[in-house]
Design a protein around this ligand. Sequence first.
Ligand SMILES: Nc1nc2c(ncn2[C@@H]2O[C@H](COP(=O)(O)OP(=O)(O)OP(=O)(O)O)[C@@H](O)[C@H]2O)c(=O)[nH]1
Ligand SMILES: [Mg+2]
Length: 456
Amino acid sequence: MELPETKDTIVAQATPPGAGALAVIRVSGPGAFQAANSFLGPNRLRPRHRTASLLPVKDGNRLVDRAVAVFFRGPASYTGQDTVEITCHGSPYIIRTILNLAVRAGARPARPGEFTLRAFLNGKLDLAQAEAVGELIKAGSAGAHLAALTQVEGALSKKVRAVKADLVALLAELEARIDDSYEEIPHLELKGFYARAEAARQEALRLAEGFEAGRGIKEGARIVITGAPNSGKSSLLNALLGFDRALVSRESGTTRDTLEAELELDGFSVLFTDTAGINARPASPLELAGIARASEAIGRADAVVLVLDGAIKETPSDRRAEREALKLAPGARLIRVVNKADLPLKPGRQKPGSFKVSAKTGEGLGRLKAALIARQKKTFSDGAQAVVTSSRHFAALSAAARELGALGPLLRRRDFPAELAAERLRAALDSLAAILGETAPEEVLAGIFGSFCVGK
Ligand SMILES: Nc1nc2c(ncn2[C@@H]2O[C@H](COP(=O)(O)OP(=O)(O)OP(=O)(O)O)[C@@H](O)[C@H]2O)c(=O)[nH]1
Ligand SMILES: [Mg+2]
């Protein structure tokens, strides 16, 4: 994949397609002013920078619309190049006409994310910030919004830069020693060197560890509700959502297909999946097929809610459901829920750490909801204003931590292979630089910006 040319002038509609009260069209590049002036009369060679002007849009002598145009002279613009933002009436006809007029005047239609790509290439944003612009547009919950916004504002970049700066200093010390190979390295200094590398490794690890919760914040945590048939899984889903999404009945085996529903809890998005009950003795092929789908869903869960009916004694199906949850989702959090707390609970049903609820009366649901988003909440409150939500950043931070981890044994070696240690440091630095886009290859950039919308 090749990156598009940045010397061209590009044009695109920045607002969503279709009719609307207003639409915004952006033109950016060396010929942006000239292109916009060709149809925004009266033709002014030196438009006022960053000032809104109401101008007629003309196709030859024909009036198309009256639009508000703002001229941004580069580098003081979003892309860093001359840019004109035209706010016209949001008629698809007017929009199409203006786009055509701009193209006739030498602009070409922009590719997805091309304005932000230019902002990155012109040093207005680093890559982590530019990626977060895409996330900011997609953010569907308060949590996702905050994570994206802090990243656009540069919180993650700042942390990555700080680790990088430490590593650069360490590398400089090593390189000085490599150049001056006759000099003995005092023991104590080596210890300090190791401590600093270890601190950098810990910081990279800490940032990487936030990814689990960060992904949940960005995409919504996938929470699968499982348990024995008739334990009240569908009732619990409905109670959590506050409306009757799933069918509920006294008969066992009501839910067959998996059923998904999204809910925002305290600003964090949660994707619930209700599933067929796990029966220790499935009675029909249909029930078996339902259990197979349930198992698949459990395998993809970030957290599993295991529901048991507190009003009856433990059954083989309860035990099987728990076994399946532990086996199929070993990395996921297991949240045990004892349901039907409005009825007399059988002795021994409530184990320590389980949540006592009633889907019928709503008892205990508040505590359960808080527990479902506890991790995401903690990620923010840990002061980790920089939350890693991108798998690319996670991979890079993990790789950097790995390289720094390999440094310890080298430093302890008697012959102290400074050259090898420097190599590890350089590899760690490369990984961190890739997050900021300092070393990102073209394919990576094309992939990132290709997923943006046109006009951004
Ligand atoms: N008293 C009481 N009854 C409940 C509660 N939750 C569910 N029930 C009843 O338990 C029965 C089964 O509820 P469902 O929600 O269909 O249970 P399920 O686990 O989804 O069942 P399957 O889909 O068949 O596996 C229904 O008759 C519900 O009304 C509760 O908290 N209290
Ligand atoms: Mg059900």
